[in-house]
Design a protein around this ligand. Structure first.
Ligand SMILES: *[C@@H]1O[C@H](CO)[C@@H](O)[C@H](O)[C@H]1NC(C)=O
Ligand SMILES: *[C@@H]1O[C@H](CO)[C@@H](O)[C@H](O)[C@H]1NC(C)=O
Ligand SMILES: *[C@@H]1O[C@H](CO)[C@@H](O)[C@H](O)[C@H]1NC(C)=O
Ligand SMILES: [Zn+2]
Length: 493
């Protein structure tokens, strides 16, 4: 009897579905499913346990959309997130690798000010070249400037730390030009302070620690080949300094019992240089690669793109790369200018990843190439907002890349300057404001996997990274499953 009823109902629906309205609904569902399949995470199958966690996650996500209803700046958003459940969840989430982080802006501002600037022998200069502020360690200050002891300045000025915060960070979104100025002020201020060898080692160690505590297992940092110095006047040449860096990584890896896989370095030089200078850097790069093949990961040209030289200028010099290129490209709001065209040249020069690629959404052909050639996209929404490229996170072009299933990697760029720490907040913003409202665990998992696939890790290193990530992920799912089950059980009572 019931079987017959079912058969009749089926026949009935089947005939109804011949009408246009049903067709419409069917096509509509199909297109939605299609788009979901195309997006980042769309091909990831969740296990039964992951799905249970996912349902809870999506509930939490839903309840926090209000934070983004009006365009919110990152400093405003940060205040609102003290009790955020999604942030708490993401804090705990295994994130894979950190791939776009500038070496001397890598830790929290808090550590930089509360720890580094409280050390003995630190001096400040108010008006160095171009009236720039500068900090440096000395046994006895030199005569380049009227150096003043920071300890002494602090004694006479109760607000000295607030003054440092103002000098060393960006408090609200700026115009790109103004922000570029601020970045340059920052790097000038801290360069000599952080290249004191002993401080550098501890600073670099702390940078890895902050990432590790954020469930990152591997990192790539960008920077120049520095000369580290000792207080007694000894200066270590760039190659020796690289060895010191590599040893610091080794120490951290050992201290983590191998749970942190390591860190590599992308040689990133200022883009407004002469051809001769670039050729000189290339020679330096080749020497470094020869000496430290496991530490040097790639090459990049950096600095405010709208004001520096475009990649097109250097296509001859940049042909035949000896290391992968990870170029900053398309960090601009203009369409068709030189910074925008940097994306095209970066791709033609064989870049393996693009830094920001903010203007890529305007180039359908280049988006196809990015997809075909598996070029990773290093997306840093907080940076893009603080540097004046975007106001509403929901309109970040990264949402377009995510919808198209391009290899998006979540990065933090210069966390010190945004008064943030590690990758947490960038992950939160991408998840809340730039993914589909129904995107959950599958998308988060693919972000993390993207960061490992598109890293410079090779062969067995990469296999190991994926294995460690997989273990972390299983553990994470189990832990949240227990947590959510306990909550669900309590509600049932
Ligand atoms: C800086 O941090 C290190 C490591 O946590 C600690 O040993 C040291 O005492 C701190 N220094 C200052 C000045 O806070
Ligand atoms: C300066 O200090 C470094 C590190 O402590 C040491 O290796 C070097 O020998 C010292 N140089 C002189 C001239 O004292
Ligand atoms: C880069 O190209 C621009 C425009 O063609 C030119 O003015 C500039 O001098 C070039 N820079 C270098 C370093 O060649
Ligand atoms: Zn950058």
């Amino acid at each position: 009897m019931t079987g017959l009823v079912r058969l009749l109902l089926f026949l009935c629906f089947a005939s109804i579905c011949k009408n246009a309205w049903c067709d419409y609904g069917h096509r509509r569902d199909e297109i939605i499913a299609n788009e979901k399949h195309m997006a980042v995470g769309g091909k990831v199958k969740l296990t039964k346990e992951e799905s249970i966690v996912n349902d809870q996650l999506l509930n939490m996500k839903q309840s926090e959309f209000q934070h983004f209803e009006v365009p919110v700046t990152f400093p405003q958003l940060k205040w609102k997130l003290e009790d955020s459940k999604v942030l708490h969840f993401i804090k705990d989430l295994p994130k894979g690798a950190s791939l776009h982080n500038h070496m001397l802006a890598a830790t929290s501002l808090d550590y930089l000010i509360q720890n580094i600037t409280y050390r003995d022998n630190l001096y400040a200069c108010e008006n160095f070249n171009e009236n720039k502020f500068k900090l440096k360690f000395f046994q006895v200050p030199n005569s380049d400037c009227n150096w003043k002891s920071v300890a002494e300045l602090r004694r006479t000025n109760k607000n000295y730390d607030a003054y440092l915060v103002e000098k060393l960070s960006i408090d609200s979104p700026k115009s790109s030009r103004e922000a570029a100025q601020k970045l340059s002020t920052y790097f000038t201020a801290v360069f000599d302070m952080l290249t004191y060898r002993q401080v550098f080692e501890e600073y670099f160690y702390q940078a890895m620690m902050e990432l590790y505590e954020d469930k990152v297992i591997y990192a790539e940092f960008r920077g120049v080949f520095m000369e580290l110095y000792e207080l007694n006047g000894t200066v270590w040449d760039p190659m020796t300094s690289l060895r010191i860096m590599q040893n610091t990584v080794q120490k951290f890896v050992t201290d983590s019992n191998g749970k942190f896989l390591g860190a590599k370095y992308i040689f990133a030089v200022y883009r407004k240089i002469s051809r001769d200078k670039l050729l000189e850097y290339k020679m330096q790069l080749n020497e470094a690669v020869m000496r430290y093949p496991n530490f040097i990961a790639g090459f990049d040209l950096i600095g405010y793109e709208d004001a520096g030289w475009p990649l097109k200028n250097f296509t001859r010099e940049l042909k035949n790369p000896s290391v992968p290129y990870y170029f900053h490209a398309g960090e601009t709001n203009w369409y068709g200018n030189e910074a925008d065209n940097n994306i095209l040249d970066a791709i033609l020069l064989g870049a393996k990843r693009l830094g920001h690629a903010f203007s890529l959404a305007k180039h359908p052909r280049l988006m196809q190439m990015v997809k075909q050639e598996h070029i990773g996209l290093e997306i840093s929404p907080i940076s893009n907002q603080m540097l004046g490229f975007i106001s509403d996170f929901r309109n970040h072009p990264g949402a377009v890349y995510i919808a198209n299933g391009l290899p998006v990697i979540i990065c933090n760029d210069d966390p010190t300057l945004w008064k943030t720490k590690s990758l947490l907040y960038d992950w939160y913003i991408v998840f809340m404001a730039m993914t589909n409202k129904d995107a959950g665990m599958e998308t988060l998992k693919e972000f993390a996997l993207n960061s490992l696939y598109h890293s410079s890790l090779k062969g067995s290193e990469k296999t190991r990274a994926l294995k460690i990530f997989d273990d972390q992920w299983q553990q994470f799912v189990q832990q949240w499953l227990r947590m959510f089950s306990a909550i669900l059980w309590m509600f049932k009572m």
